[in-house]
Design a protein around this ligand. Structure first.
Ligand code: SAH
Ligand code: SF4
Length: 428
């Protein structure tokens, strides 16, 4: 979501004659787009502001801005810790930038944070997409779930679905521009349309409509909320040939008591049922997840349930994190139940070890098989070209070839599996 916001910010700035530079020292305007999902990412933002503040002493016309979730939450702290910052703008204020930029160019210091979005027609703005094969399209912003550990509902606000016509128009333009993959984004994509009046506006129907766009491209969507995945969505994924057979469905914990404490609306058993329903419906489907180690009050036995879940469900890949207390959240106040840093990181290590073991197992299934991949990048070494690609089911595949280029689809025979990727050769 942040990457997508950054592309939109860069697009808006281009209206003012700003161009992106690879060399940070050359920049007249520096913006840090922050994430506050865990303390570590927030800390990184502050240390960057410190470096930039020093630079301002030698470059008087340098403007510094901070946006994203840390800005949305911490405006007073930023003012205090980094008074030299010219512009603080929140997650709801991106489309106000045309006005804000003019004002900071006139040496005003501004803080633009609102709790509701500044509305606009997003199609009025150019999006400076990163030149690659994939383009992001946010379809729903915010979240209504209030998982007890998570800060997102406080920084991104309540769910707001974009109008389907606007999304389809954006997708058509993306395909015309030559992108080969569209990823629909949302904190909970299954909620898409629930806040709009027309009950036919659902993720399933959006996929069906996007699938009708002419062209050789694929469609992905992230993130799915386990108990919100509908049969109609599974049918749409099955019907639509452009939609990848890939689901990112964060489980967070393999223990039902912890899930309840997290305010997740499913039990371990319900999650198992969802995974088995998906695996029964699709061949070669990839299911990935997120897990948190050391949620307040988590016992050793409850943590072991998480390790068992990764193993029993044979999850293809999982993002893992140690629990990080967040301001405003319910779990952040359970101070007397906090797990020590030592135990948290020891659990995280075991989680990562299990993840590696199961990822390798998942990859080994593909050795001797053919996967259709999309080439995303290339590196040249000793006159040989090594291509980096991704299969529809999200597996990363490396292969050597002088025949294919970035943006090409290719059928690849897989001959080797490693923990994080596969190796292969083009099928003759
Ligand atoms: N909407 C998605 C997740 C968005 S946040 C969902 O509901 O699954 C991305 C991931 O960050 C989460 O899945 C969770 O695993 C992790 N995360 C969120 N808050 C966290 C916290 N306080 N500490 C550690 N990890 C956290
Ligand atoms: Fe956070 Fe839960 Fe919303 Fe995901 S569903 S963004 S974890 S509150």
């Amino acid at each position: 979501m942040n990457k997508s916001d950054s592309e939109r910010i860069a697009g808006i700035l281009s209206h003012f004659g700003y161009v992106e530079t690879e060399n940070e020292k050359e920049a007249d305007l520096l913006i840090v787009n922050t994430c506050s999902i865990r303390q570590l990412s927030a800390d990184k933002a502050y240390s960057l502001l410190g470096v930039w503040g020093k630079r301002k002493k030698t470059k008087a016309n340098l403007k510094i801005a901070i946006c994203g979730c840390v800005a949305q939450q911490d405006k007073d702290k930023i003012r205090q810790r980094a008074p030299y910052v010219d512009l603080i703008f929140g997650t709801h204020n991106i489309y106000e930038l045309p006005n804000l930029i003019k004002r900071i160019e006139n040496n005003e210091k501004i803080c633009a944070i609102t709790t509701t979005p500044v509305v606009c027609n997003q199609n009025d703005f150019y999006i400076s997409r990163k030149k690659s094969v994939n383009a992001w399209i946010p379809i729903i912003e915010g979240c209504n779930n209030f998982c007890t550990y998570c800060v997102v509902p406080y920084t991104r606000g309540r769910e707001r679905s974009r109008n389907p016509e606007e999304i389809i128009r954006e997708a058509e333009n993306i395909v015309k521009e030559g992108y080969k993959e569209i990823t629909l984004l949302g904190q909970n994509v299954d909620s898409y349309g629930k806040d709009l009046r027309d009950k036919n506006i659902t993720l399933a129907n959006l996929l069906r409509n996007l699938n009708k766009i002419q062209g050789d491209f694929r469609i992905r969507f992230v993130t799915s909320y386990p108990s919100d995945i509908t049969d109609d969505l599974l049918n749409a994924v099955s019907e639509c040939e452009k939609v990848c057979k890939y689901f990112h469905i964060p489980m967070q914990s393999g223990n039902s008591r912890i899930l309840k404490e997290m305010n997740r609306r499913y039990t371990k058993e319900q999650y198992y049922e969802i995974v088995s329903k998906i695996r029964n419906k699709f061949d070669d489907v990839t299911i990935t997840s997120d897990f948190i180690a050391g949620f307040p009050g988590e016992t050793e036995e409850e943590f072991i349930d998480t390790l068992n879940a990764i193993e029993e469900l044979q999850l293809d890949y999982s993002n893992t994190a140690a629990y990080s207390p967040r301001e405003f959240t319910k779990a952040g106040k359970m101070v007397d139940k906090f797990i020590s840093e030592e135990i948290k990181y020891e659990r995280l290590n075991r989680l990562n070890e299990k993840n590696r073991e199961i990822c390798l197992k998942s990859n080994e299934k593909f050795v001797g098989r053919i996967l259709n991949v999309l080439v995303e990048g290339k590196t040249e070494k000793d006159g040989k070209i090594l291509l980096n690609s991704r299969a529809g089911n999200n597996k990363i595949v490396h292969f050597e070839s002088n025949k294919y280029n970035i943006g090409d689809f290719a059928d690849i025979y897989i001959n080797k599996a490693q923990t994080w990727c596969l190796y292969g050769e083009p099928k003759e």
